[in-house]
Design a protein around this ligand. Structure first.
Ligand code: CMP
Length: 225
């Protein structure tokens, strides 16, 4: 198991090397192929996961079949804790968008681990709080921002986590289809494609299959505001 990646997860951030090794030894490794589902919204769940490699999408479906993506996560990010802290069914379906591997810990082991470790509990609370903040921003953007503004914001968020700087701009290999990008933004594929094409025609971005190169991050940032 890749300890360097694990240590980026909030669960590990407050641990010294010895404690981090002990915790990682009690975790199991799971691998998925691209397109595989780890669990479905509504399932009962008893494990928390840290992404070691690859990317996953966390999605919800409406009764009419439409889908919305809550988040895309990559190495070092953690999910599956809500059904522990607020016992109930899984709140999202987790699907691999690339081949991916995960370290997982049972909720029972996690609770035992948190006993007498308030700093670790605080890191988890801090992650929950920051997710709530982000969800509030998403709701506000759905109400106050137009689709191009939301697309610009989504690209910058993906760049933050998956971007790599090069001479011609920031290369963001997000691994999402245009349909998935639209589900992440909460708009139709046509409207999102129009916004992307407009950004590309202005020279702010270059579109590539499952990735984008951001050439003018400043202009994109202004459009996101
Ligand atoms: P759980 O409900 O156990 O399973 C689905 C997981 O998705 C959930 O725990 C959280 O870890 C994660 N999740 C749910 N909503 C969001 C969100 N808005 N942003 C990021 N992650 C989320």
């Amino acid at each position: 198991m890749d300890n360097d990646v694990l240590r980026q997860a909030p669960l590990f951030s407050a641990l010294d090397d010895e404690a981090a090794t002990a915790l990682s030894n009690s975790m199991a490794e799971t691998k998925l192929r691209r397109g595989d589902v780890l669990f479905h919204e509504g399932d009962s769940g008893d494990r928390l996961y840290v992404v070691l490699d690859g990317k996953v999408k966390l999605g919800r479906s409406a009764a009419d079949g439409r889908e919305n993506l809550l988040a895309v996560m990559g190495p070092g990010q953690m999910f599956g804790e809500l059904s522990l802290f607020d016992p109930g069914p899984r709140s999202a379906t987790v699907t691999a968008v690339t081949d991916a591997s995960f370290a997982s810990l049972s909720h029972e082991d996690l609770l035992r681990w948190l006993e007498g470790r308030p700093t670790v509990a605080r890191s988890l609370l801090s992650q929950l709080a920051s997710r709530l903040r982000k969800s509030n921003d998403v709701v506000a953007d759905l109400v106050f921002s137009d689709v191009p503004g939301r697309v610009a914001k989504a690209l910058l968020d993906l760049a933050d986590r998956f971007g790599r700087s090069a001479d011609d701009g920031v290369h963001v290999h997000h691994d999402l289809t245009q349909e998935e990008l639209a589900q992440l933004v909460g708009a139709s594929r046509e409207t999102v494609n129009k916004a992307l094409a407009d950004f590309a025609s202005r020279g702010w971005i270059r579109l590539e299959p499952r990735s984008v190169v951001i050439m003018d991050i400043e202009r994109l940032g202004k459009r996101a505001r």
